[in-house]
Design a protein around this ligand. Structure first.
Ligand SMILES: *Cc1c(COP(=O)(O)O)cnc(C)c1O
Length: 365
């Protein structure tokens, strides 16, 4: 019998993401309000849709393995060099490249316990060992504890999402800069900026080539193209060259490349999505106050709502799908008292509010 490798055999079966499709099958639902994956219900720019429709006609062709046009556009936008950009099929793919290229089997990686799960998934898949540091009691990433752990453990890769998922917290550039300066020479900082588009432009650090930092961005969130699977990393030429040796040359499909390129031209759409998202965050915060609970400050398109106890958060998580609403819940303390809900359209937000009011009316006090 063919046997998987020894490494593969040691990996526990796990699903970092159970999709809403499975939830619908299990609950016998024909529709579900999707507020669990921070997708953008506002959709892509109409320009991107038109470009993707046109590209669908050419789908018999592979995508450009150099993603030349998109990288040129990103180079102008971010003021970095062409060779400092790597396109991937989403940040999830780029995280895999980072781990594969920089974490040896048995090597040590470091992250916050309970942060976005794909990093841990890749570390396991490539035979690394993950050390974790808890969030602060207020639910924000603990940069001091991460810095101390890094100094002690000298990890090969350190993962930090900024803005963070699931807390929604944002660490200002000066603090990130200070943190980066404390890291050991051999540590690569994987700075996941999936939600950067929701942060005012001036609050983001400028791109500067750094052999110790990989920054990742995506078209899945503010650009509304999660299903297209496309994102990018900006880093040093040396690191991009390492990615180039192992990435799938045809991994980023043609339709996604066309859509991403066209969406960069539609600042108005992006601005409208970001503005509506800010309104939605306010609505969720007001809803939480109404219910006598609290929303954590968020710089993203989701809000982490502290339900007061792990039990209450679990009740909410169980009850909402029965009412046709899909959200998620952070698993690790201290954020396990929270549920995480995406800012959807006004109608989706109203459905969530109605569901929450009904659940809280029934909760034991
Ligand atoms: C959604 C999300 C991603 C996934 O991005 P893709 O480009 O869709 O793979 C990565 N990191 C964080 C923190 C996210 O929330």
């Amino acid at each position: 019998m063919a046997e998987p490798t020894a490494l593969n055999a040691t990996i526990p079966a796990s699903t970092p993401f159970v999709g809403p499709e499975r939830l619908m099958r299990e609950h016998g639902l024909v529709s579900l309000v999707r507020l669990g994956a921070n997708e953008s219900a506002f959709g892509p720019s109409p320009h991107a849709l038109a470009a993707m429709r046109a590209a669908a006609e050419e789908v018999w062709q592979y995508g450009d393995p150099d993603a030349f046009a998109l990288r040129e556009a990103l180079m102008c936008r971010h003021g970095c060099a062409f060779e400092e950009i790597c396109i991937g099929s989403g940040i999830d793919d780029l995280m895999g490249l980072t781990v594969r290229a920089f974490l040896p089997e048995g090597g040590l990686a470091l992250a916050s316990r309970g942060t976005y799960p794909t990093f841990a998934y890749h570390v396991r898949g490539y035979g690394g060992h993950l050390e974790e540091v808890p969030y602060r009691s207020d639910g924000t990433p603990d940069l001091d504890a991460l810095a101390r752990a890094a100094a002690r453990l000298r990890p090969r890769v350190l993962y930090l999402a900024n803005p963070d998922n699931p807390s929604g917290a944002f660490v200002p550039p000066a603090e990130i800069e200070r943190f980066r300066a404390t890291l050991p020479e051999q540590t690569l900082l994987l700075l996941d900026e999936a939600y950067a588009d929701f942060v005012p432009h001036g609050d983001l650090p400028a791109f500067a080539p750094d052999d110790g930092v990989v920054r990742t961005r995506t078209f899945s969130k503010a650009y509304g193209m999660a299903g297209a699977r496309i994102g990018y990393a900006i880093t040093s030429r040396r690191i991009v060259a390492a990615f180039e040796k192992v990435r799938l040359q045809y991994g980023v499909n043609r339709i996604a490349q066309a859509g991403a390129l066209a969406s960069l031209d539609d600042e108005d759409h992006l601005r409208a999505v970001v503005a509506e998202t800010a309104r939605g965050r306010e609505e969720y915060a007001a809803l939480a106050r109404d219910l006598g609970i609290r929303a954590l400050p968020s710089h993203t398109n989701f809000v982490c709502i502290d339900c007061g106890s792990v039990g209450a958060a679990e009740d909410v998580l169980r009850a909402l799908p029965r009412r046709g609403i899909w959200i998620r819940k952070p698993a690790a303390p201290p954020l396990d008292r929270c549920v995480r809900v995406t800012v959807g359209t006004a109608a989706q937000r109203a459905a969530f509010a109605q569901g929450m009011r009904a659940v809280f009316a029934e909760l034991p006090v």
